[in-house]
Design a protein around this ligand. Structure first.
Ligand code: IFM
Length: 413
């Protein structure tokens, strides 16, 4: 698969949910989402844009808050809207890859079935059932959770995103429930669509010691890698997990049904962080992006580091699952860096494949400029620029590089 990726809240617009409340409370740096890229009414046009960019697959997520605005009350019109979109993708020859959870929740969720409670697992399984039933057999790829560990850290450890809780004890319990919800969701998908493949989209990063010679920096980089990259991978590969989140939270558990719940492992890769311990701001450690390889920093300051992508793919391959790159991309409004970024990352992917590790798909984040969570509309990740006044989409020049690399990628397979 050669595709583009978007998520519901970041492109659809006007979707009241827990994030909307968060924006209203002034908890985002970049303001409110509002109309996003208006894709709720333009999805079919967006599909045509992906096709024109050479894609044969389209990753998107469904909005839980549109589909189940009140607990146990499902909106058939919302489900039908997504079904029409799936049918349209299929007509265009684009493989739909459907994510069920991409950060946002219906407004009732945190009160009535929060992730700290086992009720969340049942609620997510029920939601899965309605979606899979409505989308039918045209969808052959499901990703129940996008970046579960990022959501966990930001939502329950740092408290930066909804539900805004900073509690290490809750975080460990939530991890358990997210994995249980994944397994329950996978079981429902298998029951209703036995031919569909189930994956997870796991965010992986490169971690480096700020000072190569410094024991504490090196230890912190190792600990960060172990917990951020390998924890989720090990949980899926073995059904067990046991790692620590500094300073002292232990994540430990077991779910025997996890390994069999996954048909592919998705990697979302963007950048590398440089770690320093003790930190100047937080004693436990500072995290900074630096342009150490000379490939530049993206508009939101992230280091471009394709070798980290290569390492992430090799690490992920250790889990033994078929690999898919479910996200990779950069914020680059002027399109100065995107062409090279794409070439270097696909070269890294090629090196991995040359060593006998096949990568079954690559999805570029993102098709269009969209709402970047806490940072609003400033970072521009799109292959297509979006004019926020007219919602008109304009291809960035590097789209030709994307198309050409896609041709080469697909010819190989
Ligand atoms: O925009 C996000 C996306 O929602 C999840 N993965 C990372 C992207 C860039 O920050």
């Amino acid at each position: 698969m050669w595709g583009t990726a978007v998520s519901h809240y970041q492109v659809e617009g006007d979707d009241p949910c827990d994030w909307t409340e968060w924006e209203r409370a002034g908890r985002t740096r970049g303001g409110a989402c509002g109309a996003a890229a208006a894709s709720w009414t333009r999805y079919e046009d967006d599909a045509a844009l992906a096709k024109a960019a050479g894609a044969n697959a389209f990753r998107f997520s469904v909005s839980w808050s549109r589909i189940e605005p009140q607990r146990n009350a499902f909106d058939d019109r919302a489900l039908a809207r997504y079904r029409r979109f799936v049918d349209h993708l299929l007509q265009l020859g684009l493989e739909p890859a459907v994510t069920l959870f991409h950060y946002t929740h219906p407004r009732w969720f945190h009160e009535e079935a929060p992730w700290t409670s086992p009720a969340s697992v049942d609620a997510f399984a029920r939601f899965t059932r309605r979606v899979v039933d409505a989308l039918g057999d045209g969808v052959r790829l499901y990703v129940p959770f996008n970046e579960p560990f990022v959501f966990l850290l930001a939502g329950y450890y740092d408290g930066q995103i909804p539900p805004g809780i900073a509690s290490p004890r809750d975080a460990a319990r939530v991890f358990d429930h997210l994995l249980a919800a994944h397994a329950a969701s996978a079981a429902v998908i298998r029951e209703l669509q036995p031919r569909a493949a189930v994956g997870v989209a796991h965010n992986m990063m490169a971690f480096a010691p700020e000072r190569r010679w410094h024991l504490l920096d090196r230890t912190l980089a190792r600990v960060a890698h172990r917990c951020y990259n390998s924890g989720v991978l090990e949980a899926f590969a073995t059904g067990r997990w046991d790692f620590r989140l500094p300073p002292s939270t232990r994540f430990r558990g077991r779910r025997d049904d996890l390994p069999a719940s996954l048909d592919f492992f998705g990697i979302n890769y963007y950048s590398r962080l440089h770690l320093r311990c003790p930190g100047r701001e937080r004693w436990i450690g500072d995290f900074a992006y630096r342009d150490k390889t000379g490939l530049g920093l993206t508009d939101n300051g992230w280091e471009i580091h394709p070798h980290g992508f290569e390492a992430a793919l090799r690490e992920a391959a250790r889990g033994g699952f078929p690999l898919v790159v479910t996200e990779n991309g950069l914020a680059d409004g002027e399109d100065r860096l995107r062409g090279r970024f794409l070439r270097e990352h696909l070269a890294a992917l090629g090196r991995v494949e040359a060593d006998g590790i096949p990568v079954h798909g690559y999805f570029q984040w993102s098709l269009v400029d969209n709402y970047e969570w806490l940072d609003g509309y400033e970072p521009k990740f799109g292959l297509y620029a979006v004019d926020r006044a007219t919602m008109e989409r304009t291809p960035r020049p590097s789209i030709d590089v994307f198309r050409e690399l896609g041709r080469q990628f697909l010819v190989k397979s």
